[in-house]
Design a protein around this ligand. Sequence first.
Ligand code: GDP
Ligand code: MG
Length: 163
Amino acid sequence: MKPVIALVGRPNVGKSTLFNRLTKTRDAIVADFAGLTRDRHYGNGKHGRIEFIVIDTGGFEPDASSGIYMEMAKQTRQAVAEADVVLFVVDARAGISAQDHEIAKYLRKLGKSCVLLANKAEGLKEGAQLVEFFELGLGEVVPISASHGQGIKPLLDLALTAL
Ligand code: GDP
Ligand code: MG
């Protein structure tokens, strides 16, 4: 069975950009994978010889009549439940938000294998902006740039060995 990687984080941190980077596509591929529900966004990725499945979250249509945050929380919980490893994405430029703290608390409680990613880190001096993310209590933060394709290989090395 292929390992499953879930992308989790508040809106606008770059999860979908990372999804496209990891699956090397602009379009969703619905993974043909028994047992997974189809209302989230699944794709196939490959790192060296290792094939994996990646789940994006937050890709639903916002609907004023159905609480958007409740739906996101539900999607996130389901994706995390299906995952072997969770990539928790934060925004290296925006810094920590209250929502980041909430998600971190949830992930710490679950005790699932988790890698903390600071996206949008292109051109940032390592250390300076990233040290605050230690506060989330999830260990080391890995700087990446999903849109520039930086740090992706080290990230996958780490995520797939964390299994
Ligand atoms: P999501 O809501 O978490 O899925 O975030 P998106 O993937 O939709 O990205 C939100 C915004 O951040 C878009 O404008 C992206 O172009 C931008 N973005 C994503 N990754 C990066 C990155 O590595 N660097 C920068 N500077 N912007 C990024
Ligand atoms: Mg998205």
